[in-house]
Design a protein around this ligand. Structure first.
Ligand SMILES: [Mn+2]
Length: 288
């Protein structure tokens, strides 16, 4: 392994930084998980199984890898405990925004969204957030930390941006109250309202600004698709439902960055990690 190369590259190859349209950034951050442990191993496993992906995308009839994909060295950081740690983590993403790369970060726990998003805001001050998740993640504090993964969307909301949370099916009374008192900038689409129709998407897309940061907690999927996640919840969305959703989002919005978090490998069953690898390749194919 050469210095500066990732131990495991998406699809098993590297494009030089200057030529790469896409950057895949592994960020195996894990400090505040509460239920299932192991999301710190998520990025490495997803990259490892990505070698088995078909390079040809059957839906678009293209070979998306030809656009240039570079996998960056995994980020290792001490626990984020205050805003200065958030700033420090965010600075590691500067070069991607400065060079207008299409950034796709693999977590690690959901906490990582906040530093990446805060950095993105400096370059795209009008951006909104689309949040796909089983959980609200809007608690002000959890287990003594404001940077717990259960608080990440609250920290994002603190920046004052417009936000849509969809697929949610586990949320506290406190979080619901927060959403209701900030309904001018936060819209919630619960899983049981949206699972059998996509009519809500028009409302969500017209509410959000043109620029969108997309954060996907893999527990938004039904556990028949992805079960390897730290805080599983029944009643998730199906593979094709989410693909259709993503296709529409990339068609209609200028997506500035994506993160996919909370993948928690459950060997020897690699169906979940492989599904995340395929999801990443699908996103690359949809991203205009
Ligand atoms: Mn979640």
């Amino acid at each position: 392994m050469k210095i500066g190369e990732s131990p495991c590259d998406f699809l098993g190859f590297q494009t030089p930084f200057e030529e790469a349209e896409f950057i895949i950034q592994p960020f195996p951050y894990e400090y505040t998980t509460t239920f299932g442990k192991g999301t710190g191993n998520g990025p490495e496993k997803v990259l490892e199984v990505s070698d088995y992906l078909e390079m040809y995308d059957e839906e678009s009839g293209t070979e998306p890898y030809l656009r240039g994909i570079r996998t960056a060295t995994p980020i290792e950081l001490p626990e984020i405990k205050e805003e200065k740690d958030v700033e420090e983590a965010g600075r590691l993403f500067q070069k991607y925004f400065e060079n207008k790369k299409k950034l796709l970060t693999i977590g690690g726990e959901h906490t990582i969204t906040y530093p990446i998003f805060k950095e993105a805001l400096k370059y795209y001050p009008k951006t909104g957030v689309l949040h796909l998740d089983a959980h609200g993640d809007l608690r002000d504090e959890y287990e003594g930390s404001r940077y717990n993964h259960a608080c990440v969307m609250r920290r994002v909301a603190d920046t004052g941006v417009k936000m849509v949370s969809a697929g949610i099916r586990a949320i506290s009374a406190e979080e619901m109250q927060f959403i209701n008192s900030n309904s001018d900038r936060i819209k919630l689409f619960l899983a049981h309202h949206i699972y059998d129709n996509t009519g809500w998407l028009e409302k969500a897309l017209s509410f959000l600004p043109d620029e969108v940061y997309l954060t996907i907690d893999v527990d938004v999927f039904d556990s028949s698709v992805i079960r390897a996640t730290g805080t599983p919840e029944p009643g998730g969305l199906s593979w094709y439902y989410i693909l259709k959703l993503l296709k529409n989002i990339f068609l209609r919005k200028n997506v500035i960055a994506v993160d996919i978090v909370e993948i928690c490998p459950d060997p020897p069953y690699e169906v979940s990690t492989y599904s995340v690898a395929k999801l990443i390749y699908k996103i690359i194919s949809y991203w205009k």
